[in-house]
Design a protein around this ligand. Sequence first.
Ligand SMILES: Cc1cc2nc3c(=O)[nH]c(=O)nc-3n(C[C@H](O)[C@H](O)[C@H](O)COP(=O)(O)OP(=O)(O)OC[C@H]3O[C@@H](n4cnc5c(N)ncnc54)[C@H](O)[C@@H]3O)c2cc1C
Length: 437
Amino acid sequence: MDSTQPARILVVGGGYVGMYAALRLQAKLTGEEASITVIDPRSYMTYQPFLAEAAAGSVEPRHVVVPLREVLDGCQVLSGEVTGIDHTRRSVTVRVADGHVEQLGYDLLVVAPGSVSKTVPVPGLAEHAVGFKTLEEAIYLRNHVLSRMDEAASTVDPELRRKLLSFVFVGGGYAGIEAMAELEDMARQAAPYYQNIVPDDMRWVLVEAMDRIMPEVSAPLASYTLDRLTERGFEAYLNTTLRSVEDGHVVLDNGVEFDADTVVWTAGVKPNPMLADTDLPLDGKGRLRCTTKLQVEGIPNIFAAGDCAAVPDVTSKEPDAVCAPSAQHATRQAKRLASNVLAWLRGGRLRGYRHAYAGSVASLGLYRGVAEIYGVKVRGVPAWALHRGYHLATMPTAHRKSRIAVDWALSLPFRRQVVATGEQHTPRRQFVRASNG
Ligand SMILES: Cc1cc2nc3c(=O)[nH]c(=O)nc-3n(C[C@H](O)[C@H](O)[C@H](O)COP(=O)(O)OP(=O)(O)OC[C@H]3O[C@@H](n4cnc5c(N)ncnc54)[C@H](O)[C@@H]3O)c2cc1C
């Protein structure tokens, strides 16, 4: 590295790790010390714990994302997708938004492209299911569920109506449970607006391969959650997998089969597959092998953290334990990573990452929730308030916090808006029809 020139820092991914690390670096580094470029195909960071509330209409979807160019005014933000990393040449390949491919050199690299939905080969899954990881999927699902209700209310075919009102969620981690519970709550609230739909006409089905839901919380709290959901009318199949979903016909491996027009895949995540197109060391699950100092093993000028990284969990009694993919770790790792990057650039001492998992908070619809913080179990309204309070506090920027708080405040005097604007997914349809006469 030429010490007379500013160090070139590239950050791959502007999510939790990328955005928080870049925020801290831009605050601490001068232009003479370093230039920082953040590369992401999206122009915003997504606060994923609020996706379920965005899908349910409790908060405006745009309020749960943080525009990168607004907050990273000391960095260059490049809209593009990293398709490969060649460490031996210190080069990153980027497919830029306009389609052309660029090679960017770096002195220091931060790798944080997160994870993608972990799928298994199930016939019909790719054609009929949707994930729940992005803002676009949350918006789509909200419009999809409400437009199924619109269609069901209008059809005279009882079989089609049953299919339209059947909603299946595969995977019972907290993200899947929150998404399903929030959307059901929204649909239940929408039902009175339809003269011929009552909540019991809808079928909400959870399919989980393990013998319990929500592995993030203790077994008694998970079982309490499941009891509350079944009381609300959810059908839950544990120790069960989805065998096929061809033509919208759902077949479970326990012999149950039925038609459903909505299948949501929430069965966990896997590290970003782009990492396979690099010469960086990966573990058996495809994660970047990292040291506790958040450097990639054997490569001191590449740092990584978050869902894509196998960071040793030094608080665990298991010898080879790594930190679970969670926002809780990603946010804290980003701060440690940025401090270590500064120390590395300035010849200081790098410190190890250490954080004992504090627990989880989950919303199950308006005024309902579960939480477990340092082993203390909380249920019902207090847990729901804890969920909202915690996430409002950790949501980045005062601007976003205020907008979310206002969304919540407005839903006290007025009910949530339950209107499907599904045409936004095909905005040119009407115009093309008009143009073609
Ligand atoms: C619905 C949902 C709810 C959740 N709720 C909670 C919760 O309540 N509590 C909790 O602790 N955790 C929660 N999580 C998990 C948490 O959001 C993740 O662990 C966290 O976002 C990981 O941060 P990250 O920076 O590694 O990845 P991300 O935040 O996903 O960021 C990755 C970024 O990389 C970008 N990217 C991807 N590919 C490329 C590429 N090839 N080139 C350049 N950029 C790329 C993406 O566009 C994205 O901006 C939830 C997750 C989901 C899906």
